[in-house]
Design a protein around this ligand. Structure first.
Ligand SMILES: Cc1cc2nc3c(=O)[nH]c(=O)nc-3n(C[C@H](O)[C@H](O)[C@H](O)COP(=O)(O)O)c2cc1C
Length: 177
């Protein structure tokens, strides 16, 4: 058995700058309960107050990655066995589908397809944005690449003043499919 066979499966959690990202710790807890080791890769904007970065680093035991490493630096995370992007923003979904890799998060997502690992995405996109034809085209393209999407979630507050549960575990269920 090789060292690779022996190591625990490693999950990349890509976090975008959506309000719901404040609860991303729930996804990390659920993933760890399912025996995943977790490394978080956040968009630069997501690092800007969208979630508690110190708490996430404590939870995963690893620094959050957001910037590209410098040439010559070793890779801080092992290769992924699966990739989750949650929450996935309108912006990141469209850029990912277009093959744009101008952030580490996008580069990671673009590369995951070529690595052939399972990819799950939980969009958090307002209905008014989701109506944009480019977004619909992006979903079709990414689905065609094998990306497994959770049901649409707009993040909008209901009449009772509450926000529906995001259902973070959906991402892990999609990987198990
Ligand atoms: C408080 C706040 C909440 C936001 N929530 C969302 C959201 O739920 N979904 C979304 O697509 N964009 C949301 N945005 C807008 C994104 O942050 C913006 O489009 C940004 O460019 C996304 O960058 P990223 O995809 O690189 O993370 C929000 C912005 C702010 C300031």
């Amino acid at each position: 058995m090789t060292e690779q066979d022996e190591r625990a499966p490693f999950l990349y959690v890509v976090v975008c700058a959506a309000g719901i990202a404040t609860d991303v710790g729930k996804l990390i807890t659920a993933a760890q309960e399912r025996q995943w080791h977790v490394g978080v890769i956040a968009t630069p904007l997501a690092m800007n107050g969208f979630f508690d970065t110190a708490a996430v680093e404590t939870q995963t035991g690893r620094p959050i990655r957001s910037a590209w490493r410098r040439p010559g630096d070793s890779r801080p995370f092992p290769e992924p066995d699966a990739v989750v992007v949650a929450p996935a923003t309108f912006n990141t979904i469209n850029k990912w589908a277009a093959g744009i890799a101008d952030t580490l998060a996008l580069g990671t997502l673009c590369e995951a397809y070529g690595l052939g690992v399972p990819i799950a995405a939980l969009p958090c996109v307002a209905d008014a944005l989701a109506a944009h034809p480019a977004y619909q085209d992006s979903l079709i393209r990414l689905r065609g690449m094998g990306v497994r999407f959770g049901e649409p979630y707009s993040g909008e507050v209901r009449e009772d003043g509450r926000r529906p549960e995001f259902g973070w575990e959906r991402a892990l269920d999609l990987l198990d499919r």
